[in-house]
Write a protein that binds this ligand. Structure first.
Ligand code: NAD
Length: 478
């Protein structure tokens, strides 16, 4: 008997969770549930994280968490509990299988059987955002080497375990050469360790278009957090419905299982939601905790129900479906099919679905890091970059030089274009002239001088070389 934490969540959460728990019980899953309250009610009761501290204790003690979707109230002040759970518990791999079940579920893509492995802890989901000037806000995109190594290795190990043939990586490293560049670089490094598995890289825009057009081209797909979020909804929807796909959020000690969709408040309480996404998540959970036979039994009964044309509203289509069922009606149909296997769709066997046991990340030796300059970001309401350059040059010590000013990344000085639209957010790149390196003391002095000259510095970024290689982007147009 495995004790698991469950949360019924918001919107359609309670009805799909009850339906799934009915199926788990009927299939004889050896689980004992401990329920916690999370989501909208907890947020609105004044807890900005959407969860009480005692609930964390339960999640951490049980380690396995089956979670229904929750509603994150719109607007400032509320942090997404989904993101917090993934990050607090180190659930670095978000695994989202997506398969078409044609001709039983209507889709334009009859051949589709892919798994999106989405990085789950970093990228723009660090949620570090600031308004810096009247006109500009910033969201920090953080990509780490451990984050990349862990997720890429997971994708290849998963492909190996599941006997899948190809891993495709998706980034935008033609633009984000440092951050997405690191993800791609790590992908290339780790791919070499798996010569038996084909590998390829797609720029995310054309890659997403290709997924929407020809999903049969893909097998295992690995990508940073935001791209994975977007692409997995696309994949689920083109397979038939976002209501169909489940996900596993896997960490070294804990794991959380949920549908990929949200709380769908518009259809809540009407018994029309499809419980399949959460049921698929529960099947992944059973495999994860070693209850393979129960997982197989449920999955085959589910496939048979789909094949029999017993469908919820979201996948019901004249000519494809036989009967439109409610949320509970669908769960009861799955229950009555337990012990049976689909006739036309391929029955599943889950011999290779145990939890993966990956090596822990090993920290590398530190590189030789040299500080060679600083980007000083300035809030300035002027329009002529020449004026700002002159202002900065008026107090810059002889050993430092202003090499460039950009506005939203595009070079506007020296030799900017008068057509370039400028906001009140300017980046001034200052570098050491002769010595090549600059000290922290010089930076402090520089900032004091800027302050005395009434320059409103809003932030700085140090410019480093790692092992002699510049580790910062050029200005666009530089
Ligand atoms: P959503 O996924 O809830 O709904 C999008 C569309 O898909 C709607 O038309 C909905 O009716 C339909 N849909 C979703 N699940 C379905 C199901 N099981 N059966 C049938 N149709 C289904 O996305 P949204 O409307 O953008 O978000 C609603 C709320 O959910 C927001 O508060 C959002 O923050 C939250 N959300 C939570 C999670 C989570 O808890 N993991 C994930 C995504 C969104």
């Amino acid at each position: 008997m495995t004790k698991i934490t469950i949360a019924k969540g918001d919107g359609i959460g309670p009805e799909i969770m009850n339906a799934v728990l009915d199926v788990l019980e009927a299939a004889g899953a050896a689980i004992e549930t401990e329920e916690i309250e999370i989501g909208e009610k907890v947020y609105l009761a004044g807890n900005s994280s959407g969860i009480a501290p005692e609930a964390w204790d339960i999640i951490r003690r049980n380690k396995i968490f089956l979670k229904a979707p929750i509603t994150t109230p719109q607007g400032g002040g509320y942090k997404s509990l989904n993101v917090s759970t993934r990050k607090f518990l180190g659930l670095y791999a978000n695994v989202r299988p997506c398969m078409s079940l044609y001709p039983y579920i209507h889709t334009k893509h009859p051949i589709m059987d892919l798994v999106i492995v989405r990085e789950n802890e970093e990228d723009l989901y660090a949620g570090i955002e600031h308004q810096q000037t009247d006109e500009v806000v910033q969201c920090l995109k953080l990509i780490s080497r451990p984050g990349c190594e862990k997720i890429v290795r997971y994708a290849f190990e998963f492909a190996k375990q599941q006997n899948r043939k190809k891993v495709s990586c998706f980034t935008k490293d033609n633009i984000m050469k440092q951050s997405d560049g690191l993800f791609h670089e790590v992908f290339n490094e780790i791919a070499k360790e798996y010569p038996e598995i084909e590998n390829e890289h797609w720029i995310i825009d054309i890659g997403a278009a290709m997924l929407a057009d020809s999903p049969e081209k893909f097998d295992v797909m690995v990508m940073p957090n935001l791209y994975g979020d977007v692409l997995s909804d696309i994949a689920a929807q083109i397979a038939g419905s976002v209501g169909l796909c489940g996900s596993a959020n896997i960490g070294e000690t804990c794991a959380m299982f949920e549908a990929i969709h949200g709380s769908a408040p518009m259809i809540a309480g009407q018994q029309v939601a499809n419980p399949s996404g959460l049921l698929q998540a529960a099947v992944m959970m059973l495999n994860h905790i070693g209850q393979t036979k129960v997982a197989e039994n449920i999955q085959n009964a589910w496939l048979k129900t789909i094949e029999d044309g017993l469908h919820t509203t979201d996948i019901y289509k004249e000519g494809f479906s036989k009967q439109k069922l409610s949320t509970n009606g669908f769960a009861q149909a799955v229950i009555s099919n337990l012990g049976q296997v689909p006739k036309a769709l391929k029955p599943v066997t889950f011999d290779n679905n145990a939890a993966l046991n990956l090596p822990a990340y090993k920290r590398k030796t530190n590189a030789q890091k040299t500080l060679v300059g600083i980007d000083v970001f300035v809030h300035w309401s002027g329009t002529e970059a020449n004026e700002l350059a002159a202002k900065i040059n008026s107090f810059l010590p002889a050993e430092l030089s202003l090499t460039m000013i950009t506005n939203r990344g595009i070079k506007v000085w020296p030799e900017g274009f008068k057509e370039t639209f400028c906001t009140d957010h300017w980046r001034c790149r200052i570098k050491a002239k002769e010595e090549h390196t600059i000290s922290k003391a010089q930076i402090v002095e520089l900032l004091a001088k800027a302050d005395a000259a009434q320059i409103d510095t809003i932030k700085t970024e140090n410019l480093y070389e790692f092992n002699g290689k510049a580790a910062f982007s050029l200005g666009q147009g530089q």
